[in-house]
Design a protein around this ligand. Structure first.
Ligand SMILES: NC(=O)c1ccc[n+]([C@@H]2O[C@H](COP(=O)([O-])OP(=O)(O)OC[C@H]3O[C@@H](n4cnc5c(N)ncnc54)[C@H](OP(=O)(O)O)[C@@H]3O)[C@@H](O)[C@H]2O)c1
Length: 255
């Protein structure tokens, strides 16, 4: 199988890095020369990578084509490309619907929307796909955890949740800087904060059959520090504001 990536940015390079450390079998990966710097780095790092001359060369030579461009670029370039009905086209584009993709692609190819996230480079993280597709599911299960979604409208909820990644990292940054301001060395502060949140996330996954509210409760001692933390933040409207932002991101995707 030959894989092609149109757009060689953050998400394409994360998926490609994941593929090369996985058991996925493929013959070659064709990538665009845009972004040139990322494309050259990927070619240097991995064998079986070919930098194509243009986007059509990728489409002409690949069985699966991943659309990893931004929505505005996608609106412009997809309709100009000549796809084949035997191809599987996987779109990472956040705001182009299946119906619009079908219109732009024209031929009756298999079209799937997928939401991989940067930790896919470490073969970690969820990958919602819509509509369900067995081969695409098996593929992403080798570099992450595929979540099949039947209804495209529902997939927008997952896109919205994935819009909070940067906010999560910002939380880690604020905590790390806070420790640094108190005289802790940056590398120690960052190691502490990141391993704390890694352990908490692993514990949450381990306990995934339990409702998360139990973990919220179990991590508080009456009148303890964690109780103070969650109470103060709730009173200050932190979690309400968090939910409001999720709603606002959702509204933007639902337009
Ligand atoms: N980043 C994420 O966490 C994430 C997660 C899931 C889905 N997505 C979606 O994936 C898509 C790409 O996101 P990204 O974060 O990877 O963006 P990005 O880093 O900006 O990558 C976009 C890539 O498209 C290239 N490009 C621009 N015009 C092109 C053209 N005419 N032909 C071919 N390539 C062209 C850019 O090259 P130049 O630099 O040369 O312009 C760049 O390499 C977006 O639709 C986004 O919504 C992103």
């Amino acid at each position: 199988m030959k894989l092609g990536f149109i757009g060689t940015g953050k998400i394409a390079s994360s998926v490609i890095t994941g593929i090369f450390s996985s058991k996925i079998t493929f013959i070659k990966i064709l990538i665009s020369s845009r972004n040139k710097l990322i494309a050259t780095k990927l070619k240097k790092k991995f064998t079986k990578i070919i930098i194509a001359k243009n986007n059509q060369e990728i489409v002409d030579n690949c069985d699966w084509v991943f659309l990893s461009i931004t929505p505005s670029v996608g609106q412009k370039i997809i309709k100009e490309l000549k796809f084949k009905s035997t191809q599987t086209i996987i779109s990472f584009i956040s705001t182009i619907t299946l119906m619009d993709l079908k219109k732009a692609i024209k031929v009756k190819a298999k079209i799937i929307r997928a939401i991989p996230l940067p930790p896919i480079s470490l073969k970690k993280g969820p990958v919602p796909i819509c509509p369900p597709n067995k081969k695409v599911k098996n593929f992403f299960n080798k570099i992450g955890t595929t979540v099949e979604i039947k209804n495209e409208k529902s997939s927008i909820n997952f896109w919205s949740a994935s819009g909070m990644m940067a906010s999560f990292y910002e939380l880690l940054r604020v905590m790390t800087d806070w420790l640094v301001k108190r005289g802790v060395k940056r590398d120690i502060a960052q190691k502490y904060v990141t391993s704390l949140f890694l352990a908490l996330s692993e514990d949450a996954v381990f306990n995934s059959k339990k409702d998360l509210k139990h973990l919220v409760k179990e991590s508080q001692t009456p009148k303890g520090l964690n109780e103070q933390g969650v109470k103060e933040l709730t009173k200050a409207g932190f979690y309400k504001s968090f939910e409001k932002t999720l709603n606002n991101i959702h509204k933007r995707l639902n337009k």
